[in-house]
Each structure stands twice: as structure tokens, then as C-alpha cells.
Design a protein around this ligand. Structure first.
Ligand SMILES: *[C@@H]1O[C@H](CO)[C@@H](O)[C@H](O)[C@H]1NC(C)=O
Ligand SMILES: *[C@@H]1O[C@H](CO)[C@@H](O)[C@H](O)[C@H]1NC(C)=O
Ligand SMILES: *[C@@H]1O[C@H](CO)[C@@H](O)[C@H](O)[C@H]1NC(C)=O
Ligand SMILES: *[C@@H]1O[C@H](CO)[C@@H](O)[C@H](O)[C@H]1NC(C)=O
Ligand SMILES: *[C@@H]1O[C@H](CO)[C@@H](O)[C@H](O)[C@H]1NC(C)=O
Ligand SMILES: *[C@@H]1O[C@H](CO)[C@@H](O)[C@H](O)[C@H]1NC(C)=O
Ligand SMILES: *[C@@H]1O[C@H](CO)[C@@H](O)[C@H](O)[C@H]1NC(C)=O
Ligand SMILES: [Zn+2]
Ligand SMILES: [Zn+2]
Length: 579
């Protein structure tokens, strides 16, 4: 078969030979879309089918989706003929003239044809893809085969075919484009099935696309949207619609007698939809720690009002050899850390478990902070339910811990809005959490250590018993039992810590945090640690470590040697003064 003849009869259905695909339709025959899966030799019942509804807040930004290179889209003689194949209207392109590459595609694709999907004359919309449940009046598909492959080879390759999908939106009458008027004027010559008309006007694909921003698009792997529905298509769906006047859109159903020529949307079945970085943040602006949402940690900087791309971000890896001693880092003063009724409620935020404290009650000062801070809440970062999982945010000499607890404090002289834009506005006390030695009979452990971890464990048992009540995201539970922050911290040494200037570790990552990371970890039973991922319903809730850039990390002065001397001097001073 001569190639041009092949191209003439090449339509979605006939891509693999006419026999099986020819007896399908959108309405009025045995094989309507709901029954395409029973067409023999077809893949319409597969798990990677097209079209789909694109949920913009679930689209994952992919930096590799940069600009397309569209070769000869501006050519005035690439459009050869228009044909009505009984399912759609298809424009055949000149051979080896138009190409598509870039845009995150792995190969160069040769464009063969473009065709349309539409609704009916009563303005029922007929795009195939939907955006957040919205169906546009029409959709245009530019179909290209991976260069060098035959049709047979391309439909057997999961990325053998690239389709560029453009929505078409209806504009009010009057804003008629001459290009679309000329183009749609050919529809009157192809009202009969299998009729064909040569295109004599000078029309380029660019003229048809108009001012659509080609840097804004969605990408997913799918299928042909007509039988035999081969799962061989790299889909590109542009966000901005082409604008065509209502009257011209109406010509498609009117002149061809074909209406509602679109396939219903298909299940995503776990596939991901990616968005090019040029797409502005969606109002849902969902962020998460993995890549199953619009904004994974690598894309937090694209969120509205985000500081996540800044130069003093947290968490960091603390490299001991670069840490500098600072004599000003003295002991903290804790107010009401021992209050057993300071906790208001515990909530599951969808990103962490957070204990919110009563207003204006708990405070922290000293520790070289220079201000009095009000304690607002504490929350946790964790890994998975697997033994040995590392879910802390900070690390010391690259050692991560199973969990990390953050006690968040705000400068007392500021409002929250002010604190978030002040470099010292917030102070976070970070405690690593490590597994308590739960093998009781295990030799070597001193008696006092065992006692310590047992009593601490009772408080954590009490605290974690609330987790089963907040399995639903946004749910909260009131704390009725007596439990203080000191109870949870136990006897962990709070005199030795690291200090650096950083940020919140969740969006919007404001660079307003004076960080304190205590050297000695809290101990918690392994089984209690596992209750965090198990009950919250998510795991690995920690941000990857951020570059230090030019920041310095300070540490409390080595305590053992100067300690007694300091104490002696202090006592001497005190005595001198008081006597
Ligand atoms: C991509 O397109 C944008 C807008 O048209 C342009 O500013 C940018 O330079 C292009 N980038 C590349 C790599 O071509
Ligand atoms: C683009 O069009 C020109 C003019 O028709 C043609 O010579 C050239 O081969 C085309 N480019 C490609 C890559 O097909
Ligand atoms: C490009 O190739 C990679 C690696 O084989 C594959 O994972 C990816 O899906 C391909 N992307 C496209 C758009 O074909
Ligand atoms: C589509 O057109 C309608 C009416 O002409 C307009 O209200 C709507 O904003 C347009 N949508 C887009 C995304 O351009
Ligand atoms: C298309 O149809 C119109 C009206 O019937 C006719 O005047 C015109 O010559 C036709 N054009 C072609 C290219 O056949
Ligand atoms: C969680 O939500 C479901 C459905 O919304 C509800 O049936 C269930 O009782 C809730 N569970 C808790 C612990 O609140
Ligand atoms: C943090 O930044 C402030 C200035 O905003 C500076 O005075 C202070 O020394 C810095 N602290 C550390 C630990 O780098
Ligand atoms: Zn199509
Ligand atoms: Zn935190």
C-alpha cells in the first residue's frame, strides 16, 4: 500500500487495519463506547486508557516538561486535505513536513494528521479530556508517530505515538477568526462519509492554534481514544484553549451530520498526570512529602508566597567539624513546661500530628535567644512502620534518627504575621527521638537507665493513646489526661544543643526560625513510634535536607571541663556579692 493511500485512510479506528475497528460508533450501533472493550483485538478495556479527567491539584509538576520545538507549524502549505471518515473530520498533513520534539518527549515525532472531537448543535460540549470536571466545546488532536517507526511498530510502543490535545473554547459571535472561517468552510464539501476535499487556502497549524501558551501543558501516558484503543500514546494536553467563534464550532455537527463524537473519560488507575512548570499554582495548591500531589518537596518553591527556594532553609545536616562553640548559648528557662493541663488538643493535619497548647501559657526564654517566646504547639516528623526507618528532619554527621519532635515558639512581642517575616520571629526546639531499649532482659543496661525509660514510656503511652482518635485528617481530640511537656521530654539532657538560623520545614518555609537542635535524643518505645504512621495514615513526613550555604552552626560550649570551674566562679561571685 502506497504511503499516501495509507495516510488517507489512517484514522483512529483504522490504524491497525479496518476489519475489527470499522463497526464501532459513538451512538446508534452495537459497539458504543461502553462496549468497545468487547471488540476483538482491541485494548479498550485496558488500564491506561484515554481520555481522562485532569484533576489539576493532583498534577505533579515535572521540570523536564520544557518548551516544545514544533517544526514547520508555521508552514502555509502543510495542510493537504480534509476528510470525513464517519467518526470525525481529519486534516491530512503533507508527508515529512511537520515534526514535534522537546516538551519532555524522548524522541522526534512526525505529524500525520489532526482531527476533532465535538458535541452537538445545541451547544452540548464535546471535548474528550476534561479539566477539573469541565468539558470544553471541542478538542483538536494533532497525531504524530515516533520518527522512523511504521504505524504497526508505533502502536506496539508505549510511547510510539504523540498526540497534542488542544481544547477549543467558544467565543461570542463577532470575534470570528478568518483562519477558522476559511478552514471550517471546507466542511460543507465533506458532508458525506468518506468524502474528501483538498485544501487550497494558505493555512498553517500555528494560525489555527492562535495565541495558546505552548509552555503550559499536562502530560500523561494513555491510549488512542477510538478502537482499537492501543496504549501507545504520550499525551500532551495544553491548558489554554484555542478560541473559536460559536458559529464556526456549530459548523462541525451541522455540516458533517456527526454529533457527540467523543469518548467518555476513563479511569486513571494509579497513573500520574504531570504539569509543565509554566502552569501557575492551582488554587488547591496541595503539597506533600512524596510525589503524589501537585507539589512534592522539590516543587514547594513554586507554591504561592513560598520561601522554600531560599538560601537559609531547614532542615540541615549538622556537620560537627564545622560547628563553632558559642559561650552565649546558655541554659533555657522553661515556663509551664511542667503544667499537666497545658495541652488544648491533638490534631491530625494531614502532614503531621500536632499538639496545640493553651494560649499565652507556656513560654521559653534564655538559651541565647535574646527574647521571650510563647510556646504554640509541638508536632512530629516520622518515617515508616519498618524497623530502623529514619524519619527525623535534621541529621548530625549524616546520622538521622527514627523521629523528631518540634516545639514551636513565637516571639512574645510579635503577632504571628509579624513573626513569620522576622528573622528571629520563631524559635523551634528540635528533639531527636530514638528507640528505647525494649529488650528488658538484655545485659549491660544500668538500672537507672531502665527505670528512666520505663517512666518516660508511660507518658508517651498516654500521649500516643490519643492517636487512634485522630485517624481522619483534620480531626482533633481534646486532651483530658494529665500530661506535661516535661513528662514527654523526660530526663533528656537539655543543656547541650546546636543553634543555627533557618526556616519552617513545611510550606511556606518562612526564613524566620532560630533553630535549637538538642544533642541528646528522647527515648520512645518502638511500638509507640509506629503508632504515628499507622494511625495518621501517612509515613515519611520529613523534608529532605537543605544546603547550608554560608550559614554557621553554633554549639553550646563543651560542658565537662569548664563546667565546675564556671560553677566555682559563679559561686565565688555570688558569695562576694551577698556577703
Ligand atoms: C520557553 O518559552 C518561553 C516563553 O515563550 C521563553 O521565555 C523561554 O525562553 C523558552 N525556553 C526555551 C528553553 O526555549
Ligand atoms: C519544513 O518545511 C520545509 C519547507 O517545506 C522543508 O524543506 C523541510 O524539510 C521541513 N522540515 C522538516 C524537519 O521536515
Ligand atoms: C521517556 O523515557 C523514560 C525512560 O525510559 C520513561 O520513563 C518516560 O516515561 C518517557 N517519557 C515519555 C514522555 O515518553
Ligand atoms: C471559555 O469561554 C467562556 C465563554 O465564552 C468564558 O466564560 C470562559 O472563561 C472561557 N474559558 C477559558 C478557560 O478561556
Ligand atoms: C466546496 O463546495 C462549495 C459549495 O458547494 C463549492 O462552491 C466549492 O467549489 C467546493 N470546493 C471544492 C474545493 O470542492
Ligand atoms: C472518620 O471519618 C469517617 C467518614 O467520614 C467516619 O465514619 C468515622 O467515624 C471517622 N472516624 C473518626 C475516628 O473520627
Ligand atoms: C541569626 O541571625 C541574626 C540576624 O538576624 C544574627 O544576629 C544571629 O547571630 C544569627 N544567629 C546564628 C546562630 O547564626
Ligand atoms: Zn482524537
Ligand atoms: Zn516540624
Amino acid at each position: 500500500m502506497h504511503l499516501s493511500t495509507l495516510l488517507l485512510c489512517l484514522c483512529w479506528g483504522a490504524l491497525v487495519g479496518a476489519s475489527d475497528g470499522s463497526d464501532w460508533c459513538y451512538t446508534g450501533c452495537e459497539h458504543t463506547p461502553a462496549h468497545w472493550s468487547s471488540i476483538s483485538g482491541a485494548f479498550c478495556g485496558g488500564t491506561k486508557q484515554s481520555p481522562i479527567n485532569i484533576v489539576t491539584s493532583h498534577a505533579v509538576t515535572d521540570d523536564k516538561l520544557h518548551n516544545f520545538t514544533l517544526v514547520n507549524f508555521s508552514s502555509q502549505h502543510a495542510l493537504k486535505s480534509l476528510t470525513n471518515n464517519g467518526h470525525t473530520v481529519k486534516c491530512i498533513l503533507e508527508e515529512n513536513e511537520v515534526e514535534v520534539k522537546g516538551g519532555g518527549l524522548n524522541a522526534t515525532y512526525s505529524s500525520l494528521q489532526f482531527h476533532f472531537h465535538w458535541g452537538d448543535t445545541d451547544h452540548h460540549p464535546g471535548s474528550e479530556h476534561m479539566i477539573d470536571g469541565h468539558r470544553y466545546p471541542m478538542e483538536m488532536h494533532i497525531v504524530s508517530l515516533k520518527k522512523g517507526l511504521t504505524v504497526q511498530q508505533a502502536i506496539a510502543d508505549p510511547e510510539g505515538i504523540a498526540v497534542l490535545g488542544f481544547f477549543i473554547n467558544a467565543t461570542e459571535d463577532g470575534a470570528t477568526s478568518q483562519t477558522w472561517d476559511n478552514f471550517t468552510s471546507y466542511l460543507m464539501n465533506i458532508s458525506a462519509k468518506d468524502s474528501m476535499v483538498s485544501i487550497s487556502h494558505s493555512i498553517s497549524i500555528d494560525d489555527l492554534i492562535g495565541d495558546v501558551d505552548l509552555t503550559k501543558f499536562y502530560r500523561y501516558m494513555g491510549s488512542l481514544t477510538t478502537p482499537t484503543c492501543n496504549e501507545a500514546v504520550v499525551w500532551t494536553v495544553f491548558q489554554e484553549p484555542i478560541k473559536v467563534s460559536k458559529n464556526l464550532i456549530k459548523r462541525f455537527p451541522m455540516k458533517t451530520m456527526l454529533s457527540n463524537v467523543y469518548r467518555p473519560t476513563q479511569a486513571l488507575n494509579g497513573r500520574h498526570v504531570y504539569a509543565s512548570p509554566a502552569i501557575p499554582p492551582s488554587p488547591g495548591h496541595a503539597w506533600c512529602y512524596d510525589d503524589h500531589c501537585a507539589y512534592s518537596p522539590a516543587h514547594w518553591h513554586l507554591l504561592p508566597e513560598s520561601h522554600c527556594g531560599g538560601a537559609r532553609q531547614s532542615p540541615i545536616n549538622i556537620e560537627k567539624k564545622y560547628v563553632v562553640e558559642d559561650q552565649r548559648l546558655d541554659d533555657f528557662t522553661y515556663t509551664k513546661f511542667d503544667d499537666k493541663h497545658a495541652m488544648k488538643y491533638i490534631t491530625n493535619t494531614g502532614h503531621t500530628v500536632k499538639a496545640v497548647l493553651k494560649d499565652g501559657m507556656v513560654e521559653v526564654s534564655g538559651g541565647g535567644l535574646g527574647y521571650v517566646y510563647s510556646t504554640l504547639q509541638f508536632h512530629f516528623h516520622w518515617g515508616s512502620t519498618t524497623d530502623g526507618s529514619e524519619g527525623s528532619e535534621h541529621a548530625v554527621d549524616s546520622k538521622k534518627y527514627p523521629m523528631e519532635m518540634h516545639i514551636v515558639n513565637m516571639r512574645k512581642d510579635l503577632t504571628l504575621a509579624e513573626a513569620k517575616v522576622t528573622p528571629t520571629g520563631l524559635a523551634v526546639l528540635g528533639f531527636f527521638i530514638e528507640a528505647a531499649d525494649d529488650h528488658k532482659g538484655h545485659g549491660g543496661g544500668s538500672e537507672s537507665q531502665e527505670e528512666g525509660s520505663t517512666s518516660n514510656s508511660d507518658h508517651w503511652k498516654k500521649f500516643t493513646s490519643y492517636l487512634s482518635a485522630i485517624q481522619n485528617i483534620s480531626s482533633k481530640v481534646e486532651v483530658t489526661e494529665e500530661i506535661s511537656i516535661d513528662d514527654l521530654l523526660g530526663d533528656v539532657d537539655r543543656t547541650e544543643y546546636y543553634r543555627y538560623n533557618g526556616s519552617l520545614t513545611t510550606p511556606t518555609c518562612n526564613e524566620a526560625v532560630v533553630w535549637t537542635v538538642f544533642k541528646n535524643p528522647i527515648k520512645m518505645d518502638k511500638d509507640l513510634m509506629k503508632m504515628f504512621p499507622r494511625h495518621a495514615g501517612y509515613h515519611d513526613v520529613y523534608r529532605p535536607q537543605q544546603p547550608l550555604h554560608s550559614r554557621k552552626i553554633y554549639t553550646t560550649a563543651a560542658s565537662s571541663a569548664p563546667g565546675p570551674v564556671m560553677m566555682f566562679l559563679l559561686l565565688a561571685c555570688f558569695c562576694a556579692l551577698s556577703v
